[in-house]
Design a protein around this ligand. Structure first.
Ligand code: HEC
Length: 191
């Protein structure tokens, strides 16, 4: 193909893809599906790092992973999926994870829904206009599992408490029971 007709080829392919997706898939369904895939990737990578660190050096070592590796992985998968993906919580440990008003209200609605629905896989997505920009926002609840309690439970071992106190003097992400909502993945993308 010469460089002359390459743009035309691109246009044709782009047009085909556009008409294909525009008629076959509801755009909101597509955004939801892409968000689930991003959460799956991010959560999977995070769990793999946590398990590796736990095997290598126990919970104290895992704090370092949560502190340094989690934000880095968030940045990596944000770039790969071309959307912002992070973790947040109503009771958060790191001030970097403070929810905004929309995230707070969605998490409060998750708490309410969890009286009748399982937390696992609970999600919400919506297209909104924020400060004049059209954005898609999505959240998926993160339940507290047994293995989270060492750092987020009611009886956190003393060495862990000491390290957490040092790194996170304003930590409120403690006192959780297994099964409760620990926080949520949160995605934002401009449309
Ligand atoms: C070894 C300690 C440790 C364990 C175990 C642990 N976490 Fe955390 N968690 C942390 C630390 C440290 C942070 C703060 C990370 C940061 O600086 O972004 C954190 C932050 C979070 C956040 C982000 C919101 C916030 O509070 O800042 C979520 C959500 C979270 N953890 C969920 C979990 C879940 C779910 C599990 C179990 C599957 C778990 N954690 C197990 C130490 C731990």
């Amino acid at each position: 193909m010469t460089s002359m007709n390459r743009p035309l080829f691109g246009l044709l392919i782009g047009g085909l893809m556009f008409t294909g997706s525009a008629y076959a898939v509801d755009p909101l369904d597509q955004l939801m599906e892409e968000s689930r895939a991003a959460v799956r990737d991010f959560a999977g990578a995070l769990m793999a790092e946590v398990n590796r660190a736990a095997e290598a050096g126990g919970p104290l070592n895992v704090i370092t992973v949560c502190n340094q590796v989690a934000p880095g992985l968030g940045a990596k998968y944000s770039q790969q999926h071309q959307m912002s993906i992070e973790r947040t919580a109503l009771k958060f440990r790191s001030p970097a994870n403070i929810p905004d008003a929309w995230e707070r209200s969605v998490m409060l609605s998750f708490l309410e829904r969890s009286q009748n629905e399982p937390l696992q896989g609970m999600e919400h997505g919506e297209i909104r206009v924020e400060e004049g920009r059209t954005v898609f926002r999505y959240m998926m609840a993160i339940p507290t599992a047994q293995q989270c309690l060492a750092c987020h439970g009611t009886e956190i071992p003393a060495p862990i408490t000491r390290k957490l106190d040092r790194i996170y003097p304003t930590d409120t992400a403690r006192g959780f029971q297994a099964g409760e909502m620990r926080g949520a993945f949160t995605i934002r993308r401009e449309l």
